[in-house]
Design a protein around this ligand. Structure first.
Ligand code: SF4
Ligand code: F3S
Length: 339
């Protein structure tokens, strides 16, 4: 792989940097099967920088990123995995040493983001804050959109991402441009429907046959399943390279890992969402999802709306304030200019 010089003809350049992250998203991505990772890097893209398994180390790594800044502005796809610490905590994430000084994630994201053709947030931390910005957020971490408000960030959330969500998004950018996005800038291709609407156990939900304990083959709504308010295609796409399995099929409730409120707003994970009790309104879980979607459209957070609808607001007051504050921080960016 030639790391210097102009962009090779016909091979889109991809840079994948890691900030505050567990590395789960890139590790998951490496398991893609069609195309598999080796075919993808050998034939389709110039995967010029990745923070985890790239051959270069230390100063050479920094040179690769600097050469992208100087030699190919507007000609590379930037993928950021993880949250970005800001202010006095900026040094909590450093991606290298430049000119004898730490090159912080905040600086790198600002510089590389300004010159990228497209920008993707990989995983729920980069997209919405996720576990690395969870309360009490000791590193003052923010999601990508909050530090790059002037650019449109394509959010590919998941904890971790399904490899096909990322592979599909990158390839769509290369072949057709920006895919159709939802109100949170997630590609509708992968996040267009709720888990609940595609779930193989939906028939049990409709017949009110609920699992009382983990391991029972019925609907896990009463064990805290967040499928009704979570958007992703896990039930149809599934996981494990050959589309073998997904959480509900493996007998664990969906914990809402692609949602902006994850994890604070989705805990406790295995607690049943109470039945809806509002004066004059009777609602089941699938309807909660739809009403929450409507409230989201008029500016109320989806999970907050779901909590209002399910009567959980008082109990979750603190968590929702945390989430609202987090959303407010980066809300503007979703309507940013950029590509
Ligand atoms: Fe499936 Fe969960 Fe919906 Fe039950 S509540 S049908 S387990 S997504
Ligand atoms: Fe995440 Fe729920 Fe899918 S926990 S992996 S969105 S089933």
């Amino acid at each position: 792989m030639d790391v210097d010089g102009p962009k090779p003809k016909g091979k889109p350049v991809v840079l994948w940097i890691g900030t505050n992250t567990c590395a789960g998203d890139l590790l998951s991505f490496l398991n893609n099967s069609n195309p598999d990772y080796h075919a993808w890097v050998n034939e389709y893209v110039d995967f010029r920088y990745d923070y985890l398994i790239g051959a270069a180390e230390g100063p050479r790594n920094v040179e690769i990123l600097e050469s992208a800044l100087t030699d190919m502005p507007g000609q590379y796809i930037l993928i950021v995995e993880g949250t970005v610490p800001v202010g006095s905590k900026e040094l909590c994430s450093v991606i290298g040493i430049r000119n004898g000084e730490p090159w912080t994630a905040f600086q790198a994201v600002r510089e590389l983001g300004a010159k990228a053709e497209y920008i993707i947030a990989a995983g729920t931390c980069a997209a919405f804050g996720g576990p690395y910005a969870a309360d009490p957020n000791p590193s003052d971490s923010l999601p990508l959109q909050a530090v790059l408000r002037e650019r449109t960030i394509i959010n590919v959330p998941g904890c971790p991402i399904n490899p096909e969500w990322m592979m599909g998004t990158i390839n769509h950018l290369i072949m057709y441009g920006v895919p159709e996005l939802d109100g949170l800038n997630r590609p509708k291709l992968f996040y267009g429907q709720t888990i609940h609407d595609q779930c193989q156990r939906r028939v049990h939900y409709e017949n009110s046959v609920f699992a009382q304990r983990l391991g029972e083959p019925w609907c896990m709504y009463k064990l805290g399943c967040k499928g009704p308010t979570t958007y992703a295609d896990c039930p149809s796409r599934q996981w494990n390279s050959e589309h073998l399995n997904w959480p509900v099929k493996a007998n664990t409730p969906c914990i809402g890992c692609t949602s902006p409120e994850f994890p604070d707003g989705d805990m406790p994970f295995f607690e049943h969402l109470p039945d809806v009790k509002l004066p004059g309104i009777k609602m089941r879980a699938n309807q909660v999802g739809k009403w929450a979607g409507l409230f989201t459209a008029i500016g109320i957070g989806r999970h907050l709306a779901a909590n209002i609808l399910t009567g959980r607001l008082a109990g979750n007051y603190k968590r929702d304030l945390v989430n609202l504050r987090r959303k407010k921080i980066f809300k503007k960016g979703f309507r940013g200019k950029g590509k």
